[in-house]
Ligand binder design. Structure first.
Ligand code: CA
Length: 234
């Protein structure tokens, strides 16, 4: 078994199609047609990833992800027919990792699922933890610790923060951050700013006056090297 995916989709034919492709790839799946039911299901089951429709009866996908992110940091791929930019930014800004618009190729979705599962498993192995301020980034487990407390981050938020902290002292353009974290340069790089805002709200004492992720005007961002202890590595 390569992974366990919860498919949240209210169109039965589409849900079955997604299931068929993922299971052909050796991935276990469960289908939920209702977001409230899905919130309960993610507590019960041991899921590695969620695919999420936005237009659902009752609670919609955006509401789902807001509640879900309070508890869980596994990757979420939004699969939606709503393709306006606001929806994309809102969806990613509230903690989704990828966005696939309908109609979509099931092969493309399967490839994205596989890539995210692989990243979850292997990206951190062999990398060092990074300490800054009271925090520790553990790249093996994709966890940000503040002392003994776990700070909830989505996979993308973790990857961006790890990349920034690992490049402490360097001014980085949003394009550079995007290319390194997403692994390509073809997306909408304005999304980087949305993620930085989210991360700041989680780690900064005052997110408008950030101590760790500083803004370099007209350029991008710079992780403050003074917050990282000298000789930091494990
Ligand atoms: Ca739907």
């Amino acid at each position: 078994m390569k992974g366990n995916v919860l498919i949240i989709e209210d169109e039965p034919d589409l849900a079955r199609l997604i299931r068929m492709y993922l299971e052909d790839d050796g991935i276990s799946t469960r289908i939920c047609a209702d977001a409230e039911e899905a919130l309960k299901e993610v507590q019960r089951g041991n899921y590695d990833l969620v695919t999420l429709d936005i237009n659902l009866p009752g609670m919609d996908g955006f509401e789902f992800i807001q509640q879900f992110r309070r508890e869980k940091d596994i990757p979420v791929i939004i699969v939606s027919a709503r393709q306006s930019d606001e929806d994309v930014i809102l969806g990613l800004g509230i903690g989704a990792d990828e966005f696939v618009t309908k109609p979509f190729s099931p092969k493309v979705l399967t490839a994205r699922v596989r890539a995210l599962l692989r990243r979850m498993r292997s990206a951190g192995s062999g990398k060092d933890s990074i300490l800054f301020g009271p925090f520790r980034l553990d790249p093996e487990a994709f966890i940000l610790w503040q002392g003994k407390t776990r700070v909830p981050l989505s996979l993308k938020e973790f990857e961006i923060l790890y990349y920034l902290a690992g490049s402490a002292g360097k001014a980085l353009k949003p394009d550079t951050i995007f290319e390194n974290v997403w692994g390509n340069r073809y997306g909408d790089t304005t999304i980087v700013a949305v993620y930085i805002q989210r991360i700041r709200k989680k780690i900064e004492r005052d997110h408008r006056n950030p101590e760790y992720i500083q803004t370099v005007h007209g350029m991008g961002y710079r992780f403050n090297p003074d917050t990282i202890p000298v000789g930091n590595s494990e």
